[in-house]
Design a binder for this molecule. Structure first.
Ligand code: NOJ
Length: 560
């Protein structure tokens, strides 16, 4: 089983080598030593393909070229070679549920109802008995993930096309065998070039119920929830197995596949990641990042730790004998973990960031560290809607204000929840623009970079960065952390998260205080007092007490 740590990256926000304000491949190449120093095994690159950039590159117009904003294919090859020279793999983002509307496949498809590529996308007439273009005439009632309906009327032919995401991201029709063949050919081309695998964007949506039924109404909207018909459709496992046979089987290289699967249940993830079924290595599931959401992602609520434990515990147990977990707090779609699940106030930012990292890395599965998470980057300060760049955020603002919402109230919902929190530039140093660019950054740098940056933490043995380095080194060295069985302790405690990992008679105890309230460890977990501390986040502090779990205290102990 593959145990490496991945660092997902938004190239646009990582490092800019040419001063145009946009991060690029050469920028990443220039920072490989940072990744090697951290101990990263694999880098997951968010899309760098040619794209109109309607959705941060998740709208691809040419799968076999690099967007000029990021560089060239030659520069990609150089990045790959330099990463490999340091023992770092590179995993590409595979976005094949949809393309850009500028992709030649779609341009051809939309040109006429008899185009040879017409069936490569989902085209439908208006709802029976309704005139195309009138409200509610869309072929189904589904709501797009990016607000509004999932269907766009195309004037050329008078039919609608399906787009689960933006109207500039038409969904490919995987029922069509030519589509699948074209995708597999493209994937082989990248593997032949030397990439080490794929992170597959919303891959559980490639099979849809072909009769496209309406979904249950979403209260307060004119739409329905299409997920019943578009998540885990009837042919998903068949398609993934076919992809495995056509693309991955028989290759010598140690390749990695991870499928992003919103709505995945433990049972579905077990099937997808069961090695005997030869589909994918692991999935990204979303349960734990939805526990602090109400009716929508904009409805932010405090997390209850007991809910998090129940969720993680079920996933750990469910994938204990078959399949494999991926572990993450952050990625390019999630607000920053230290602000969301930790406490980013000056008193607790370092301790809560290191506590969350310890908790995550202690579980069984493959941990992902998102760019900037390794230094405790936090949500940014957003003074106006004009500061945001993300299409999901901006479409939501447009929809909510059109419905009469107060703009200040809408802004307040964006602050904790917008994906742009993850997309502010990586904070390399305290200089202007955080050392990210010499030009004007495409999105504002978080003002806290003057204090929170890589340079300030690199030599500090107690920094968030140093703690991540130590956690990754531990995962490399310790078989019990890698493979040990997981047992949840104290499932009902509101603040303390504790579990053991055991392998061949060796037991590690991970205990984390996910709060600022101290707890008497001797009472909670007597076995945790006096044992060998393998890694702690506060044991260097003068107020550290073996018997008391301090604020955001996190310990990995080896039980005797
Ligand atoms: C999931 C990606 O992670 C997200 O960033 C993107 O907007 C959607 N899929 C659409 O591709």
């Amino acid at each position: 089983m593959d145990l490496g740590r991945r660092l997902p990256g938004v190239p646009r926000s990582f490092a800019d080598s040419d001063g145009d304000g946009i991060g690029d491949l050469e920028g990443i190449r220039g920072k490989l030593d940072h990744l090697a120093d951290l101990g990263v095994d694999v880098v997951w690159l968010s899309p760098v393909y040619r794209s109109p950039q309607d959705d941060n590159g998740y709208d691809i117009s040419d799968y076999q070229d690099i967007d000029p904003a990021f560089g060239t294919l030659d520069q990609f090859d150089a990045l790959l070679a330099d990463a490999h020279a340091r023992g770092i793999k590179i995993v590409m983002d595979l976005v094949v549920n949809h393309t850009s509307d500028e992709h030649p496949w779609f341009v051809e498809s939309r040109s006429s109802t008899v185009s040879p590529k017409r069936d490569w996308y989902w085209w439908r007439d208006a709802r029976e008995g309704m005139d195309a273009g009138t409200p509610g005439a869309e072929p189904t009632n589904w709501q797009s993930f990016f607000s509004g309906p999932c269907w766009e009327l195309d004037e050329t032919t008078g039919q609608y096309y399906l787009h689960l995401f933006s109207r500039r991201q038409p969904d490919l029709n995987w029922e069509n065998a030519q589509v699948r063949r074209a995708v597999y050919e493209m994937m082989r081309w990248w593997l032949d070039r030397g990439v080490d695998g794929f992170r597959m964007d919303v891959i559980n949506m490639i099979s849809k119920q072909p009769d496209l039924p309406d979904g249950p109404p979403i209260p307060g909207t004119p739409y329905g929830d299409g997920s019943v018909a578009t998540f885990f459709g009837p042919r998903l496992h068949e398609f993934l197995a076919e992809m495995h046979r056509e693309v991955f089987a028989g290759r010598d290289a140690d390749l990695i596949t991870v499928g992003e699967m919103p709505g995945a249940t433990v049972e579905q993830a077990r099937l997808v990641t069961d090695p005997a079924r030869a589909e994918l290595d692991m999935v990204f599931q979303f349960e734990h990042v939805q526990l602090d959401q109400g009716a929508s992602k904009w409805d932010h609520r405090p997390l209850r730790l007991t809910d998090l434990k129940a969720s993680f515990g079920r996933w750990q147990a469910g994938l204990a004998d078959v399949g494999w977990n991926s572990l993450y707090w952050d990625n390019h779609d999630q607000p920053r973990a230290v602000s969301r699940f930790g406490d980013d106030s000056p008193a607790y930012r370092r301790d809560s960031a290191t506590c969350l990292a310890t908790l995550l890395h202690g579980h069984r599965g493959t941990p992902y560290v998102y760019q900037g998470e390794e230094i405790g980057m936090a949500n940014s300060t957003w003074s106006s809607v004009r500061d945001f760049r993300d299409i999901e955020t901006l479409n939501h603002v447009a929809e909510a204000t059109a419905l009469g919402a107060d703009p200040e109230e809408v802004l307040a919902t964006l602050r904790p929840a917008s994906r742009d929190n993850a997309r502010t530039p990586v904070q390399w140093d305290a200089t202007e623009h955080a050392g990210f660019t010499t030009g004007t950054p495409w999105i504002g740098v978080n003002p806290d970079h003057v204090e929170w940056n890589v340079a300030a933490q690199r030599e500090d043995p107690h920094s968030v960065l140093a703690h991540h380095r130590a956690l990754i080194a531990l995962r490399h060295a310790d078989r019990t952390v890698q493979l040990g069985d997981f047992t949840m302790l104290l499932p009902d405690h509101e603040d303390v998260y504790a579990f053991t990992r055991s392998l061949d008679g060796d037991t590690l105890l991970v205990v984390c205080n996910v709060s600022a309230t101290p707890y008497p460890l001797a009472e909670l977990l007597p076995e945790a007092v006096g044992d060998e501390l393998v890694l702690g986040n506060r044991d260097h502090l003068p107020d550290h007490d073996d018997a008391v779990l301090g604020p955001w205290d996190a310990r990995i102990l080896r039980l005797r």
